[in-house]
Design a protein around this ligand. Structure first.
Ligand code: PRP
Ligand code: URA
Length: 207
């Protein structure tokens, strides 16, 4: 399994352009992030195991393939919520959880304020959603929380990542595959990804 997948799909790249554009208003920004979640979700699910099944069409019995593992979608609040609707459209039966973290503005360390995880997470293929992987502190902490609850099979779905963030997550959790639409070159001195797209939570939820 490749530890980092940069999804180069042209439609995803066009969506990323809209997300980066500072003139994109919040309703459009939300739509774009939903679509980005869906495309990255398709990419991560490409390798999932399937199980044979059977249905009856109006004409005849037909063999089908079903996903072979329960799926859990876990959003890091707030910005991970932006990717959730796209994933839920693909996987309407997936169980959903939330991890509330915010970064202390001075230390940039994540502060935990809410955790609610789905049942049977130890048997699930867990997709952890957060569009921004900056220092990597929040994602590394969220993975730690998931593992403490028994999760074993975890993928991190982001939209923008930095090398620093990728290195940190892989140093602390070498088993976690990371997917992203792009790797940006710089993390500035207040922990923002540059050129990035700004504060994802504010752009989603501030009118
Ligand atoms: C943002 C973002 C990530 C985190 C990434 O959340 O959504 O969770 O920063 O930064 P890191 O990789 O350096 O930890 P923020 O703390 O701003 O909270 P919010 O989504 O509620 O605004
Ligand atoms: N969180 C954001 O929302 N944006 C960044 O650039 C970094 C962290």
């Amino acid at each position: 399994m490749s530890k980092l997948i940069v999804c180069d799909h042209p439609v995803l790249q066009q969506i990323l352009g809209g997300l980066r554009d500072k003139s994109t208003p919040p309703p459009r920004f939300r739509d774009l992030m939903e679509s980005a979640g869906l495309i990255i979700g398709l990419e991560v699910l490409n390798g999932i195991k399937t199980q044979p099944g059977q249905v009856t069409t109006p004409l005849k019995a037909a063999s089908v393939r079903n996903l072979g593992q329960p799926i859990a979608l876990v959003a890091i609040l707030r910005a991970g919520l932006g990717m959730m609707p796209g994933l839920q459209r693909l996987l309407p039966e997936a169980r959903v959880g939330h991890i509330g973290l915010y970064r202390n503005e001075e230390t940039l360390n994540p502060v935990r304020y809410y955790v609610r995880l789905p049942a049977a997470i130890e048997k699930s293929f867990v997709l952890l959603l957060d569009p921004m992987l900056a220092t990597g502190g929040s994602a590394a902490e969220a993975v730690r929380i998931l593992k403490t609850d028994g999760a074993k099979d975890i993928r991190l779905l982001t939209i923008l990542a930095t090398r620093t963030g990728i290195r940190r997550v892989h140093r602390e959790h070498p088993d976690v595959q990371i997917l992203t639409a792009a790797v940006d070159p710089v993390l500035n001195n207040i922990g923002y990804i540059v050129p990035g797209l700004g504060d994802a939570g504010d752009r989603l939820f501030t009118l």
